[in-house]
Design a protein around this ligand. Sequence first.
Ligand code: DLL
Length: 443
Amino acid sequence: MRTLWNDAGGEFHPVCAPDFLPLDRLQGLQLQRLRATVKRAYENVALFRGRMEERGIRPGDIRSLDDIRSLPFTEKTDLRDTYPFGLFASPMNEIVRVHASSGTTGKPTVVAYTEEDIEVWASVMARTFACNGLHRGDILQNAYGYGLFTGGLGAHYGAEMLGMTVIPISGGQTDRQIMIMKDFGVTAISCTPSYFIHLVERAGELGIDLRDLPIRAGIFGAEPWTEGIRRHAEEQAGIKAYDIYGLSEIIGPGVASECTEQGGIHIFEDHFYPEIVDPKTGEPIPDGESGELVFTTLSKKAMPMIRYRTHDITSFITEECACGRTIRRVKRVGARSDDMFIIRGVNVFPSQIEAALLAVEGVQPHYQIILTRQKGLDQMEVQVEVTPELFSDQVRDLESVQRRISKSIEGTVGIRAAVRLVEPHTIERSMGKAKRLIDNREK
Ligand code: DLL
């Protein structure tokens, strides 16, 4: 993979130029690419052609960016129904890579890349790292999982394109990660936020204070996380923690990223056209209101996606960003519409529970929400770890923390939860995406 020379001391990299395009140029590019994508999807993918024909739309009917609204949505079930290769728009001999997401039930969803797609992917990941203030000379410990998951290889190619030194360590083997971080002079780590919290904790047990090491940035994504987790990671490790977002169906990581302003994620919208719609009606909603993020890929060859419903909930940020990027920002994705659970008629997102927990002193960012049904009534128990000092304290102190947590949860979501304080290390640690919710209610 070609590495672009970064001759501006890390402040600017040529691959980042599209981040700063004037709006009319950006929109011109988007329209040109949208038309080409729709034509490609129509001509090569039976599902897209069939759906467009049902609506009487032909590729030539897309004349403006707003015309995108006449196109049908695509859902994750469409990938499952056409498993494994039914949505490919390129012949197999042009596909150089496939990835797949494990999926909670049954078959995985498969995604594909041509050589050009891999180049685009590397470039949007290079732009992500540049957004995070990284550059040639940085040493990146890439602890996203390598393999069928898009995190590891996606970050890897982007880091190399930017000219960083990559340590392709993948997830797991935490003690070894800490040794390498220290011995190799690592300046940035990429992994899930929950894994980083685990790594910081383990370093502490080994008597290593990450604040004494050169590491200065954490590139965190692949799961929802909160400002509480950011504060914890930044304080405990002496780093800046950045939010990066993506999904396999669109490309993997590299769809959107925070910049050093840390005020929402910039979408690389020259390649991924965003819409935010009402999750129930599919109709567009006014800028600034929250709804479901929908993406249309603008340059993917192997697997173009038309109006893909992410089920991720966010809103557009309308103010300009101080960093000068013209590409639009959305708020961090705190919730997926399908992560939401309903308990006693109240809609609750796991991230709301996380925010309520971390607002209480002495609470550690390790928790699990367990739902059960007893005598026909839904019950929510939140198991959460507290600091070892607190745990060894008097029962009275523990009870007071328990009460404060209960109050904080009730104040946030409006319902009572049974709170169980558990000893450090009781909650299972994850190497990748953390599992926060266990729903034991029979369906
Ligand atoms: O998680 C790609 C990725 C890898 C993103 C590494 C960032 C870093 P999937 O496994 O297909 O792809 O999962 C995609 O994860 O629809 C969101 O629900 C969630 N997600 C990803 N990033 C974030 C984030 C990768 N920063 C699904 N905040 C998406 C909240 C996120 N949720």
